[in-house]
Design a protein around this ligand. Sequence first.
Ligand SMILES: C[S@@+](CC[C@H](N)C(=O)[O-])C[C@H]1O[C@@H](n2cnc3c(N)ncnc32)[C@H](O)[C@@H]1O
Length: 234
Amino acid sequence: MMQTRFLEGPAVRWPDEAPGPVRATSLRLRSFDHLLRQVWPVPQGLHAVDLGAGHGMFAARARRHGFRVTAVDARDRWTPAEAIAGAAPVTGQEDDPDLVWVKEDARDHDLAPYDVIFIIGLIYHLPLAAQLDLLSRCAGRPTVVDTEIFDAADPAARACERLSPAIGAGFDGAFMRETGNHWSAADLTDSFWPTQDAFLAMCAQAGCQSVAMVDPPYRSRFGPRRWFVLDGPE
Ligand SMILES: C[S@@+](CC[C@H](N)C(=O)[O-])C[C@H]1O[C@@H](n2cnc3c(N)ncnc32)[C@H](O)[C@@H]1O
């Protein structure tokens, strides 16, 4: 039986209105720093993978904290500002041999070499079957997930024309029409957004033993969003 518990989140003040992507990334980076300090105070020697690394700032933070990091994305590396401006992505080359960039689909990336897995802003860009497959490949290994949560009663979710009820999907949630921009699914037109209960049920089905829900959740422009630590250290 999977155990669930709450984990105290950082004292980051979110504005009442959902911030734009650059400001939101900055607040999420502070939350990630807090989580790393809380859960892995001494990460030296551990190898982490950052799936859907995008602009690479979470990977760089984890490296700075002491992890050896492999950053994986289906796209070339980009920055939030460049993505918003529509400019071409940059291919940032780091001199640090312990921060490696790999251009590959997360669904194909072998997770066996890693001690810790980060899935930050990625899982809700995948279809349900791919989410279940990814979660089952992570089960048993500490995994940090930052994801949107579908709440049909939330005004932001109700106002979003790209979300539609996922009737008959097997888990409660919605289908999201992807945009094709840098923040979105690399090669898909639709993804699945589970409710929080459905996400926990998916973790249990995938074989996770424990889920820590970082409290409080926060808000994106589509509704609630939350950090989770699956099968984390005690
Ligand atoms: C919302 S952005 C998240 C970027 C960063 N992790 C963050 O949270 O700010 C989603 C990223 O996932 C990447 N992505 C989408 N589908 C992917 C896939 N199947 N495999 C690997 N990367 C993917 C996109 O290219 C994009 O960089």
